[in-house]
Design a protein around this ligand. Structure first.
Ligand code: GTP
Ligand code: MG
Length: 367
């Protein structure tokens, strides 16, 4: 928080396949990501194009316009809406002479700022290094050119020594460490399985209200004297999974887990780095998929989440869809069997807890 806010220009390319309303949400999400990283968006520049320009991302005219705006308004950086190829990145930096961050770099930066646990930090560092490796222009040059702030975090302390050889050996090292942690996790999981305690994992798009619901359920579940997890409107507030044991009114104990949120087009490196975290989710007895029903884009976001779950192989785990933030809807949806709750007001939580119990106990009888 001590770091100063950086002024950023956002640059987006609208392709023909993006509908106007889709594009609006896409833009809002990028603004949300920029803010989450600690930037103040001073200007948004949009170019509608038939396709992305291979070498420079933008067309010639738009580039010149952008250069003019940069000279006039002197921002700290320019943020691009998609992942740039190493070549595009280099060309843009050369032409615009300013710090350039693409969407992947932005998400990596947010993750670097938020990771708290040892494992989370390793995962983010791994993803950052893998992203950076093909983008290095020469020994140590890249980092010194970037200076400080957004885009420079998360790749370890020896920033100036970030040459390719160092990065490669560090990647190998981190992978080993993560593998060790993964084994520990699976050991713990087996112990839990033997103890017979059921596990419930909360997943969903970033900002859906997972952490808020996690807290609300823990409060109802007689957890004594434990801290709340942080909930905030910033995207990717949660990066570390938290598991708590809670006791239902009927005396049953369950383990409940809060997890990192999903986003569309999650950078591949990050998704890979976080695989171990999601393994935990895969092996839960029940997944609660939390969706923000007050978000105009909630259907697309639900599809994104379902897609990621499928990729991870979690689509075979029992999943209960939970619509959160019902308090924000003027008209309550009619009783259609869906679960509607508000983590904020507590509405619907009793019903949700009943449904969770039903599920877990049904599983018991079958198995
Ligand atoms: N009105 C309303 N706001 C809610 C509700 N649940 C959560 N929020 C708000 O939505 C924002 C996001 O909540 P979080 O619980 O941090 O969401 P999350 O899914 O954990 O988000 P990430 O950890 O960033 O992926 C916060 O500002 C919450 O106060 C709800 O039921 N009603
Ligand atoms: Mg959260």
């Amino acid at each position: 928080m001590e770091e100063k806010m950086e002024k950023a220009i956002l640059v987006l390319v609208k392709l023909p396949k993006q509908r106007a309303d889709e594009f609006q949400n896409y833009q809002a999400e990028l603004e949300g990501l920029a803010e989450a990283a600690g930037a103040i968006v001073t200007m948004v520049m949009i170019q509608a194009r038939a396709r992305i320009q291979g070498a420079t991302y933008l067309g010639k005219g738009k580039l010149e316009e952008l250069k003019g705006v940069i000279e006039e308004t002197e921002p700290d950086l320019v943020i691009f809406d998609r992942e740039l190829s190493p070549v595009q990145m280099r060309n843009l930096e050369k032409m615009l002479e300013i710090k350039i961050i693409d969407r992947t770099g932005l998400i990596l930066d947010i993750f670097s700022q938020r990771a708290r646990s040892h494992e989370g930090k390793l995962q983010v560092e791994l993803a950052s290094l893998e992203y950076r490796l093909p983008r290095l222009t020469g020994k140590g040059k890249e980092m010194s050119r970037l200076g400080a702030g957004i885009g420079t975090r998360g790749a370890g302390e020896q920033k100036l020594e970030l040459d390719r050889r160092y990065i490669r050996s560090r990647i190998v090292d981190i992978k080993k460490q993560i593998e060790k942690i993964r084994k520990m996790r699976s050991l713990h999981r087996k112990q839990r399985e033997r103890s017979g305690i059921k596990t419930v994992s909360l997943v969903g798009y970033t900002n859906a209200g997972k952490s808020s619901l996690f807290n609300a359920l823990c409060n109802r579940g007689h957890t004594s004297g434990q801290e709340q997890v942080e909930a905030d409107s910033r995207l990717f507030q949660t990066l570390d999974t938290t598991t708590r044991r809670i006791r239902w009114l009927d005396g049953q104990e369950i383990l409940i887990t809060d997890t990192v949120g999903f986003i569309q087009d999650m950078p591949a490196n990050l998704a890979n780095a976080f695989k171990a975290t999601f393994e935990e989710t895969l092996e839960a007895d029940l997944i609660l998929h939390i969706a923000d029903i007050a978000d105009i884009d909630y259907m697309e976001k639900m599809e994104t989440v379902a897609g990621v779950l499928q990729e991870l192989g979690a689509d075979k785990t029992d999943t209960l869809l939970v619509f959160n933030k019902i308090d924000l809807l003027p008209d309550k949806p009619a009783g259609n069997g869906n679960i509607y709750v508000s983590a904020l007001t507590g509405e619907g939580l009793d019903k949700l807890m009943d449904r969770i119990s039903q599920y877990l106990n049904a599983g018991e009888q079958e198995g």
